[in-house]
Design a protein around this ligand. Structure first.
Ligand code: S3P
Length: 172
């Protein structure tokens, strides 16, 4: 697999709460690759939390920073790169990933992601009067786009290691 990857990265895409960061970290350990989380890199570059960026500058500003950071990270492969849930909605980002990575959609169902985001409700996009409705709308809009990823793996309530193994098999 490492030979096949060359300098390309394995890029995890999917809705918030689908497990990109936790599973990505496991996958990187398995493959002995560096793990990078795009959201973490964005926060470090801005020296602000994602919530602060949204509050101070708005979503459009966040998205352009997100595109730039992911484009830069894709030059630093091979690695396992976890992206924020909205990243793959950008055509420019999808192109950059196609050029420098293999994309894997971590597909999770509504109940799974709601249970997870409820535990860590720090997502600015869900600070609405009806987070469940907002999540359903986001899923309806995004799932057809996530489905364009090179591979798809289901994120179920099984050990992270199992999902990591499935991702490895899907890109091998
Ligand atoms: C977002 C998902 C978040 C973060 C930001 C926007 C989205 O990342 O990038 O809050 O648009 O779905 P996670 O998917 O890691 O929660």
């Amino acid at each position: 697999l490492l030979e096949r990857l060359g300098t390309r990265s394995i890029v995890l895409v999917g809705i918030m709460g689908c497990g990109k960061s936790t599973v990505g970290r496991r996958l990187a350990q398995r493959l002995n690759l560096r793990f990078v989380d795009a959201d973490t890199e964005i926060q470090e570059a801005a020296n602000m939390t994602i919530q602060e960026i949204f509050a101070a500058h708005g979503e459009a500003y966040f998205r352009s920073g997100e595109e730039r950071v992911i484009a830069r990270l894709l030059q630093e492969g091979p690695q396992v790169l976890a992206t924020g849930g909205g990243a793959f909605m950008s055509g420019a980002t999808r192109d950059a990933i196609a050029e420098n990575g293999i994309s894997v959609w971590l597909n999770a169902d509504f109940d799974t992601v709601m249970a997870r985001v409820r535990k860590r409700s720090n997502r600015p996009l869900l600070q609405t009067p009806d987070p469940e409705g907002t999540m359903r709308e986001l899923m309806a809009k995004r799932y057809p786009v996530y489905a364009r990823a090179d591979a798809e793996v289901h994120s179920r309530d099984v050990p992270h290691e199992t999902v990591a193994e499935e991702i490895q098999a899907a890109v091998e």
